[in-house]
Design a protein around this ligand. Sequence first.
Ligand code: ZN
Length: 155
Amino acid sequence: MSQSGDLYQELILDHQKSPRNYGDLPNANRRAEGHNPLCGDNLTLAVQLNPEGIIEDLRFKGSGCAISRASASLMTQALKGRTVAQAEALFTLFHDLVSGRVPSDSQDEALGKLKVFAGVHDYPSRVKCASLAWHTMKAALDEKGPKEISTEGGD
Ligand code: ZN
């Protein structure tokens, strides 16, 4: 039990200190903003979706608590290269995890490192922090309407 607690602490602190995929994404064709007023977390997510519906790249920016930042950081790692359908399936799985509907000893490999957020279930006020990035991602992917994708080639 304390073992998974340590892992949880370490991984979250690591991603909070040096978030992955942090910054702007000039080629993004999907964007969404998320807010968690309960904690004061703000998040902007930029997604580069290719015509085949694959998430080629995604970045996040924002200010918030350690859990919201770590969750956004780990999410961007988990979703790069995935299809929209896979991203939405992972959203559901993550939501079940932080809601306590996935056993903490689940061997579901799809979750990977995201399993550290199973501990969030014990802190109901933190569930929204952990899921903010995922709700923002879903909002970005659900965005309807044609979008111009400018490609400048190379680089
Ligand atoms: Zn928070």
